[in-house]
Design a binder for this molecule. Structure first.
Ligand SMILES: [Zn+2]
Length: 391
C-alpha cells in the first residue's frame, strides 16, 4: 500500500481546475491542503476539510502550484556559445556558425558527455519547479547522431522530439532536397522508435512550408505527432501548417498575421511562446495579449538551448511574459503549467486535481503572483515529483 501525505497550511493553492476553487481558470483555493497518495493527487480543498493521512507537511503559509510543464527545450548538445552571446550583446560582429557551431560540438561529444549535460540542466530546472519537460534532438543532423540524442533523452523523459529538420546538415547545404530525403527516410526510421513527437524549424534559411509539410507528414505516417517552430523570425506558413496538420503546438508565434491568430484560436493547436529567445537576442516580443484575447490557448516555455535562450528557468519566463508580453500574472502561471500540459496533450500533469500526478511546488511567498512580482528571486522552496519530495 502506498502512504498518504497531506500538505496543509497553504496560503494560496493553484489547482488549474475552476470547479475546485474560485471558478477562475487557476481554480485558486485559500487556506488550502493537498493530499498525495502514492504518485497521485488524492484530494485538494480547504485545510479544515482535509481527510486523515499517514504523514503531514506544514507549508507554513506558502503558496503551492502545479510543477511547471516546460514543453520546449533543446538539451542534447555539446559545447556552448558564450562568445557568440557576448559579441551580440556587446554590439560586435561575430561570424561563427550559430547552430552549426553546436552541431560540430555535439557530434564530437561522447554519449556520457551528452547525458551529463542533460542531467545537469534537468536538475537545474527541477530546482526551479519544472517537473515535466520536453526535449529535442537537432544538433546531430546525421542518422547516428540524431538517434543517439533521442536514445539519451528517452532515458529521462517520455516527451522526446525528433528535430532532424533543425537546419540542413552542413555537408548537404548545397542539396537541401537530399537532406529532406534523408530526414524523411533513413533518419526517420532510426529515430521514430525513440520519440513521441516530430518537429521542424519552418523559417527562411531553414525549411520552407512545403519541406516542413513533407517532413511532418512522413513523421505522422511513422506514428509521431507534429509540433512546429513557426513564425519566430518572420511571417511565414508555419502556424497555418501547424493548424492544418493538427500539431499539438506552434512554437514561437512572434510574427503573426490576423489569419494566423484566427487559425490558432479556432484549432486544437496551442501557441507556445518562448520569451527567453526574444530576451537573449534582443528581438521583438510575441504578443500574448492578442492571442489570448482572440481565444487561442497559450503555453509558456523556456526554449532552453545554447544559442538563443540559455535559461532553464520557467519563473524567469513568467516574469518576462507579464512585463513585456501583456500577460496577467494569473495567465502566465496558467500558461506555464496547464498551458504546457496542453501543448503536450497531457491531462495528468499541469493541474492539482484528484488523479493527476502529484507534481507540485511550494513558493517562499504567499501567492503565485510573486513569480512575476519578484523576478530573479529563487522562490521555489520545495518540489514534489510523482509524489516524492525531490527538492
Ligand atoms: Zn526551439
Amino acid at each position: 500500500m502506498s502512504s498518504s501525505t497531506v500538505i496543509t497550511n497553504i496560503a494560496a493553492l493553484v489547482t488549474n481546475d475552476p470547479s475546485l476553487g474560485d471558478n477562475s481558470p487557476l481554480g485558486l483555493v485559500r487556506d488550502a491542503a493537498v493530499v498525495i497518495d502514492g504518485d497521485r493527487v488524492a484530494w485538494t480543498g480547504e485545510s479544515s476539510k482535509a481527510p486523515a493521512t499517514d504523514n503531514r507537511v506544514d507549508a507554513g503559509g506558502r503558496a503551492a502550484l502545479p510543477g511547471f510543464v516546460d514543453s520546449h527545450s533543446h538539451l542534447l548538445f555539446g559545447g556552448d556559445r558564450t562568445e557568440e552571446f557576448n559579441a551580440r550583446m556587446s554590439g560586435r560582429p561575430y561570424s561563427a556558425g550559430g547552430i552549426r557551431t553546436t552541431v560540430a560540438a555535439t557530434r564530437a561529444a561522447s554519449d556520457a558527455e551528452l547525458e551529463a549535460g542533460l542531467t545537469r540542466y534537468l536538475e537545474e530546472a527541477l530546482r526551479q519547479g519544472t517537473t515535466t519537460f520536453e526535449t529535442k534532438s537537432g544538433y546531430g543532423l546525421t542518422t547516428a547522431d540524431e538517434s543517439r540524442a533521442l536514445r539519451v533523452a528517452a532515458r529521462h523523459t517520455d516527451e522526446v522530439t525528433f528535430l532532424g529538420a533543425h537546419i540542413v546538415a552542413p555537408e548537404l547545404a548545397d542539396d537541401p532536397a537530399a537532406y529532406v530525403a534523408l530526414v524523411t527516410g533513413e533518419m526517420l526510421d532510426a529515430c521514430a522508435p525513440h520519440a513521441r513527437w516530430i518537429d521542424v524549424f519552418c523559417e527562411k534559411g531553414a525549411f520552407d512550408g512545403d519541406q516542413a509539410r513533407a517532413i511532418l507528414t512522413a513523421g505522422k505516417a511513422k506514428g509521431l505527432h507534429p509540433r512546429i517552430h513557426a513564425n519566430q523570425l518572420s511571417y511565414g506558413p508555419g502556424v497555418r501548417l501547424a493548424v492544418e496538420l493538427d500539431a499539438a503546438s506552434a512554437d514561437h508565434c512572434t510574427h503573426l498575421t490576423d489569419a494566423d491568430v484566427d487559425a490558432l484560436a479556432n484549432s486544437g493547436t496551442v501557441a507556445t511562446l518562448l520569451p527567453g529567445a526574444e530576451f537573449s537576442t534582443r528581438a521583438e516580443w510575441p504578443d500574448a495579449r492578442r492571442l489570448i484575447d482572440a481565444g487561442a490557448t497559450v503555453a509558456l516555455s523556456t526554449d532552453c538551448n545554447p544559442g538563443s535562450s540559455f535559461t532553464s528557468s520557467v519563473p524567469f519566463c513568467v516574469a518576462l511574459a507579464v512585463r513585456d508580453m501583456g500577460m496577467t500574472p494569473d495567465e502566465a502561471v496558467w500558461s506555464a503549467t496547464a498551458g504546457g500540459a496542453a501543448a503536450l496533450r497531457r491531462d495528468d500533469v499541469g493541474r492539482l486535481t484528484p488523479g493527476a500526478y502529484a507534481d507540485l511546488m511550494l513558493l517562499d511567498a504567499p501567492s503565485h503572483v510573486h513569480l512575476a512580482y519578484r523576478p530573479g528571486v529563487p522562490l521555489v522552496s520545495g518540489v514534489w515529483r510523482r509524489g516524492a519530495r525531490v527538492v
